[in-house]
Design a protein around this ligand. Sequence first.
Ligand code: NAI
Ligand code: MG
Length: 489
Amino acid sequence: MANPKQEIVYTKLFINNEFVDAKSGKTFPTVNPANCKKLADIAEADKADIDAAVEAATKAFSRNSEWRNLDASARGRLLNKLADLIERDINTLANLESLDNGKPFGDSVFDINCAIDTFRYYAGWADKIHGNTIPADGSSLTLTRKEPVGVVGQIIPWNYPILMLAWKWGPAIAAGCTVVLKPAEQTPLTALHCAALTKEAGFPAGVINVVPGYGPTAGQAIAAHPNIHKVAFTGSVIIGKLVMEAAAKSNLKKVSLELGGKSPLVVLDDCNLDEAVEIAHNAIFANHGQNCCAGSRTFVQEGIYDEFIKRSIELVKKRKLDDPFTADVIQGPQVNDNIFNRILNYIEAGKKEGAKLEFGGKRWGSEGYFIEPTIFSGVTDTMTIAKEEIFGPVQSIFKFKTLDEVIERANNTTYGLASGIITNNLNNALVFAQAVSAGSVWVNCYDAVVPQAPFGGCKQSGSGRELGEDGLEPYLETKTISIKLPAKN
Ligand code: NAI
Ligand code: MG
C-alpha cells in the first residue's frame, strides 16, 4: 500500500526501448513538494536527445517495420497488456505520483485507475478505425483509409502526470503512430515507470520514447522538430502559443492543444442547496485547484447567495491538509515554488481589488508548498481573480440575478473549456447548455470526464478534442483512393 519510502528505479531517458543518459550527461532534480526535498536526479534531455528519440520513432514507423506490419488488433492487445501491467504496479505508481506531484495517495490511485480505463477504451478502438466506400461521380471505386499521422510529439503537464500520459498514448497507439513524449520537469517519475512497462508489454523498440527535460529546451525541440508530424500539448496558453508558432515555423506539423480555462459553474435558486455547495466545492478544490477544467467561477443566484456562502465555509473547514501519505488527507501541497507563489499573489490581488476573503488566504504549515483552501465572495467580473487562471485552491463566488445575465457573464472570458449548471429546472439547464461557449457542460454534476466522451476547449482553451472517438482524429490522416472501373455499376 502507500509507502513514502518507495524506491525510485527509473531516472534515465527512455529511447528505442533502452534507458540511457542524456548525451550532455546533464541531470535535473525532481522534488517532493510536501517537504521540498530532492527525490532523484533525472537525465535531462535537450535537442540532441530529442533528435535521437525522433530517429528511433521514425525508424519504428518506417515502411515494413515490425510496428507497421503489426495487425491493428495486436496494437489493441499491447494497450490492454500495458493497462494490465499498470494495474499490477498500481501501488508503486501511486507512490511515485504522490511523492513527485504531492497529491494524496488515494487521489493517485484514482488517477491511475482512470489511466487504465483510458488505455482499455483505446485498446478497443485499434481495429475499429476505418474509412468509407464513397459513391463518387464517374465510374470508379472510391474509398478512404484512416492512416496514422506518423511520429508524434507529446508534451504534458504536472497536474495529472500519468492520466495525461494515458490520454496521449491511448489514441496515438490505437491509431498506429509512434511517440516521443516529454513529461513535465516537475513530475517525470511515473512516465519513466510506464516507459519500462511498455517494453515489458512487448512494444517494439522506438514506438514509445520518453524524454524528460525542460520546456524551452526539450519541449521546444519537439515543437520545432522537422520530422515530427503532429504535436499534442497540454499546459498554459502562453506556451500553447509558442508550440503552435514553432510548429508553423518548422514543418506545419498538426497541433492539438488543451490549455486550461476559467470555467463557470452556475447555481440557480431552485437547486438542492447542500448538493450544490458540495458540487461547487469539489469543482474547484479537487486536485488542489490544479485542474484545467476547475469550476473556478462559482456564480450563485441572489436568492440563495448568502446561505450558499455560509454553507461553503462550513464545508471548506472540513478539508484536511497534510502530507499526501497521511491517512484521510484530502489536500496536499501545490506542485512547486513557482505555482505556490503565483497562487499567493492571486490571493493578494483578490484582497487588494476588493473581493471579500471569507476563509483561508495563507500558506498552511511551515514546510512544503501547502496553501489553505480559500474562499472569496463578492467577486466581480473585472477583478484579476475573475479573469486569470489561478490553478490553486481558491474559490471565487459571484452573485447574479437572471439566467440571461449569467450566460453573458459566463461567456465573457477568453477561455472555453468546461462549464456547469445546478438546477432542477430542465429548461433552464438546456438553455444554458446550448448558449455557453465551452467544450463540456455538466448539469447537476461536475468533472464528468470519461474515456468514452470527448473533452477539449473552445476559444483560447485550445483546439482539437481528446478522449472518445473524436480523440483519435488528431492522430489520423484520411487518404482517398480512387480506382478507375471499366463501367459504372
Ligand atoms: P507550462 O505550460 O509551462 O508547462 C506545461 C508543459 O509544457 C511542461 O511539460 C513544460 O516543460 C512544457 N513547456 C514549457 N515551455 C515550453 C516551450 N517553450 N516549448 C514546449 N514545451 C514547453 O505550465 P507551467 O509553467 O507548469 O504552469 C503555469 C500555468 O499554466 C498554471 O498555473 C496553469 O494556469 C497553466 N497550466 C495548465 C494546465 C492544463 O491542464 N491545461 C497544466 C499545467 C499548467
Ligand atoms: Mg516533483
